[in-house]
Ligand binder design. Sequence first.
Ligand SMILES: Nc1nc2c(c(=O)[nH]1)N[C@H]1C(S)=C(S)[C@@H](COP(=O)(O)O)O[C@H]1N2
Ligand SMILES: [Mo]
Length: 157
Amino acid sequence: MHAQHDRSRPATAPSEPILLRGDGRASLSGAELLDFPAEDRTVTVACASGTRHTATWTGIPVFDLFADVGLDDETTHLVVESADGYRVCIDVYDALDAVLAYARDGTPIGEEHGYETRFIAPDIDGSRTVKGVRAVEARALDPSTDPESLEDISKKP
Ligand SMILES: Nc1nc2c(c(=O)[nH]1)N[C@H]1C(S)=C(S)[C@@H](COP(=O)(O)O)O[C@H]1N2
Ligand SMILES: [Mo]
C-alpha cells in the first residue's frame, strides 16, 4: 500500500495549481506537484447510496505538500476544497495516509473524468474523497468547533 511509485510511468501534470495554507501559503503548479515523490494507495470509495469501487490511486502524501509551507503543531484538521466549493474537514489522524492523487489505476485522472486531482485516504467516507482539489488548509480547531460545520458536502450541479 505504501509502495513508492514507479517514476518511469507516464504522468500528465494537472492544469490547475493547488493552494496550500499552513504556517505560510503556497501555490503549487501541476508541474511542481509531479516533482514530489508519489505513492500508491489502493482504496475503496464507498458512498452512502451503496456504490463502491476500488482503485489504485497515485499521488503525493498530503503532509509532504506542506514541507515548505510549514504546519502548526496544533493542527487538528485539514480542510480540503474543490473548485466548485465542495469542501470537507478531515481529522489529521484520518489524513495521515492521505494522498493528493493525480492518477487512477495508472491513468491520469483527467483523461477519464471531468476533474484532474482527488483527495484520497483509506479510512474516510467516500463523500469526503474530494474531486478536483483546489485548496488544502491546515486548521487548529477549538474542541467546541464542530468540524462538520466547516464542510459543504452537498452535491454540486
Ligand atoms: N468535488 C466533489 N467531490 C466529490 C463529490 C462532489 O459532489 N464534488 N461527491 C462525493 C461523493 S458523495 C462520493 S460518494 C464520491 C463519488 O465518487 P465516484 O464518482 O468516483 O464514485 O465523490 C465524492 N467527491
Ligand atoms: Mo456519495
